[in-house]
Each structure stands twice: as C-alpha cells, then as structure tokens.
Design a protein around this ligand. Structure first.
Ligand code: ADP
Ligand code: ASP
Ligand code: MG
Length: 417
C-alpha cells in the first residue's frame, strides 16, 4: 500500500473535539491498510495570536525569533493529534520539522523547502506508526528554525507527499472544495470538480487562500495530485491534477474563466531611476525579497521602474512602510492601500478580448485602475483596496454567475449579460 498524506488546516483542529474527529478520520485511513502521514496546522487562530503577542512585546521584530515563536503553534497541534490518535488505539508519533528533514533556505518567515530527507519518517512508518508532522516549519542546514510563509502547511504536505512517493496529497479544510470564488464572499460561487495545476497555482497566488501557491507549484513539478476536501463533510472535493486530466471524452471547450479572486495587501514601490543603478538597487531588492512580487516593471535606458509587492502579513504593513521610507526615502515612492482582483482560467492571459471585457466591467463600476497585467492563466487588476471585494463579486457575476457548474461546458460566452 502506498503512503497517504493528509493535511488538516487550523480551523479543522481548532478545538479538542475537532482534534478527536480528525484523529478518527486518520484512523479510518490506517484501518484501510495505508501507512499514513498527517500534516497539521496550528489550532484555529493561534498563529495570529502569537504574532499579536510578539507585536505587543515590542516593535522591530526579529524574523529569526518570530519563526521560533510561530513554529510552536504547529508543534502543539502535532503533539495533541498524536495523543488523540494514540487514544484511539493506534500507534502514532509526533515529530518536529528537524526530525522530518524538512530543509529550507534561510529566508525567515517565508522560507522555501530545498530538500526533504524523510529517513526518520520512513522508519517510523515501517514500524507501524502514524507519523504526525507539524506543517509550516522547516530547518536550515545550520539548524535554524524557519517557517514557510502563511498557509505554509500546504507546502509541507505536498513536499512530503512527493518525497514519500505518496498516492496523492489530501488537503482537508473548512470548505467542501475549491470554488469559483471565496464562498464566504460570493455565496453563489460554484464548486470546481477539477482544475489543472496552472489554474490552481494562479488562483492561489492571486489570493484564493484555500491552497498555497507554492504547494501547487511543488505538486506540479513533482507529479503529485492534490485533493481538496472538507474535513467534516463527505463530498467529492476538487482534484488538482499536475498534468491534464485523463481524457474521459471530448470536451468542446473549457469555461473561459474558472475563478475570480482578490488580494488586499498590495504596495506599489515606484523606483526612481537613481535607485536602479549602483548598490542601492541591490539593497532595495534584498529588502523586498521575502515578500511576493506580483508585478515588476523596469524601464530600459535608465528610466524609472515599479514593483508591486504583496504578502506583508508577517511584517506589520505600517512597520514595513516606515522602515522602507526611512531607508530609501528619496529613491522609492510608496503607494499603500492597494489590492488586486484577478480572473483565472486556462490560457486567459493571452486573450485580449477577455482583458477588454474585464476592463469594461471595472470601468462601468467606476473602479480606478492602478495597473493591469497578465499571467499565463490570469488577468490581474491592481485597484484601491476598499474596492476589492465589490469588484470580485461583480466580476464573478458577469463572468461566471448563473452559468452552472464550471466543470460543465458553459453557455456561449457573453460577459455583457
Ligand atoms: P486551512 O486552515 O484549512 O488551511 P484556510 O483558511 O487557509 O484553511 O483556507 C480555507 C479558506 O479559503 C476558506 O474558508 C475560504 O474562505 C477561503 N477561500 C478563498 N478563496 C477560495 C476559493 N476559491 N475556494 C474555496 N475557498 C476559498
Ligand atoms: N499556521 C500557519 C498560518 O496560519 C500555517 C498554516 O496554517 O498553513 O499561516
Ligand atoms: Mg491554509
């Protein structure tokens, strides 16, 4: 039997009762005969609470100490889940990221997994134990504790599934599937039966919290299929396949737009030409290296440039801005209070007609556009942060609303209706 990797997110283990329910699901998989590795996130809001506590202790947070602190949330969950599985009569062992050999680079608070050395996990599995792994945690070659960025337990799970040659990676969460938009924001969003990794990666990258983009990237490069399902309801969920799905009949065409998403923590850095030559350029790029660069455009011939960065949660956005202004004041102009909305669909980024349709929708809604750019499977519009939610709803209504399940062949595309 091949190894099964299951990951349970924070809301699925937020109380002792839920922890016991998760343990029961784990035991079900064990009793079907599978060796099981369970990756678990910190309970409920505990990562946010730890971050808040650190801010209360003092400003100027050291990223190294912050990682030591935040990593504890997942340690608590892993130990508790292991106890819960044991209390159901199965052998279980909770390990740390160090013991699991999850080796990362040294970018504190947003580290990237470089290698997995799963020797200890394999030995524990061979000895008949369920292995419970704290997600989100890594360790550098120098034995420094790191964390993988918010939502990083997904990445831990996929990396382990790849390293163990697992059957796939099951991600259990608090919604039943990946939807065409965040179902909390767009109540008539439709559940998507399947997505290709490229679409899912862009959906995640542009804000759909349900999976971390880097996890989807790892799944795609390592040939791991991801199944997203509810931790507590039975349903088919969403399959994210690393390659196009096995042909099960000719499909005349896919829906043009599979999903709509938004992100709210975008900052524009306007780089004066003077900042783009000499050592200051390197310093600026080093200072933003731990954030997500969602768009970067540099003019040639010694002109100005701009960077749009996101994922500022680990740092306090205000502290980020104050520190940035103090260090690079004259060379960099900061624009805060921005967000972005994105349409995602296979090949969408190369369709000018879709870009024009979306621009028209935003114009009709009088949404001022700061910048638009295209990805392979996406169109993104940087707009003022307060207008993000409304724009996601409006774009969803125009491009997806009322056409039925997105996995079915859709009605003729007409965004004007
Ligand atoms: P977990 O704690 O299990 O990791 P997350 O909170 O990270 O869960 O992700 C699940 C949440 O993602 C859902 O509660 C939902 O509000 C949000 N979400 C955003 N976009 C989507 C989407 N397109 N489909 C499903 N859920 C989404
Ligand atoms: N606990 C971490 C977070 O809140 C990691 C995760 O949930 O995946 O971001
Ligand atoms: Mg998550």
């Amino acid at each position: 039997m091949r190894v099964v990797v299951q990951k349970y997110g924070g809301s699925s283990v937020s109380t002792a009762e839920k922890m016991r329910a998760v343990a029961a699901k784990v035991v079900e998989a064990v009793r079907r005969g599978h060796p099981v590795v369970v990756v678990v996130s910190a309970m409920g809001d505990s990562t946010d609470n730890l971050l808040e506590l650190a801010r209360e202790v003092g400003p100027g947070l050291s990223a190294r100490e912050l990682d030591m602190l935040l990593a504890t949330g997942e340690t608590v969950s892993a130990a508790l889940l292991s106890l819960a599985v044991q209390s159901l009569g199965e052998k279980a062992v909770a390990l740390s990221a160090t013991q699991c050999g999850i080796i990362t680079n040294g970018v504190h608070s947003n580290a990237r997994i470089l290698e997995v050395r799963p020797g200890r996990i394999k030995r524990e599995l061979a000895g008949g134990a369920v292995v419970v792994v704290p997600g989100f945690q890594g360790v550098t070659e120098q034995q420094e504790i790191t964390t993988l960025g918010r939502g990083g337990s997904d990445t831990s799970a996929v990396a382990l599934a790849a390293a163990l040659g697992a059957e796939g990676c099951e991600i259990y969460t608090d919604v039943e599937a990946v939807y065409s938009a965040d179902p909390r924001l767009v109540p008539d969003a439709v559940a998507l039966a399947e997505l290709c990794a490229g679409e899912m990666q862009e959906l995640a990258w542009h804000g759909a919290q349900v999976l971390k983009a880097e996890a989807v990237e790892f799944a795609s490069t390592n040939g791991v299929a991801i199944l997203v399902r509810s931790a507590f309801a039975d349903g088919p969920g969403t399959v994210v396949s690393p390659a196009p799905a096995e042909p099960d009949g000719f499909r005349p065409r896919r829906p043009e737009v599979a999903g709509v998403t938004g992100r709210k923590d975008v900052v524009r850095l306007g780089l004066r030409a003077s900042a783009l030559s000499g050592p200051q350029r390197d310093e600026i790029f080093a200072a933003v290296s731990k954030y997500d660069l969602i768009f970067g455009g540099l003019a040639g011939d010694g002109g100005d440039g701009e960077l749009f960065i996101s994922n500022l949660e680990a740092a306090d956005p205000e502290i980020f801005s104050a520190e940035f202004a103090a260090r690079f004041g004259g060379a960099v102009e900061l624009t805060e209070g921005l967000g972005a909305v994105s349409l995602v669909g296979f090949g969408l980024g190369s369709r000018p007609a879709a870009l024009l349709d979306a621009l028209r929708v935003l114009e009709e809604e009088r949404v001022p556009l700061v910048k638009s750019f295209t990805g392979r499977e996406s169109l993104t519009f940087v707009i003022p942060r307060p207008l993000v939610d409304g724009s996601v709803r409006r774009l969803h209504r125009v491009f997806i609303g009322g056409r039925g399940p997105a996995s079915q062949p859709d009605a003729p595309f007409n965004p004007g209706n």
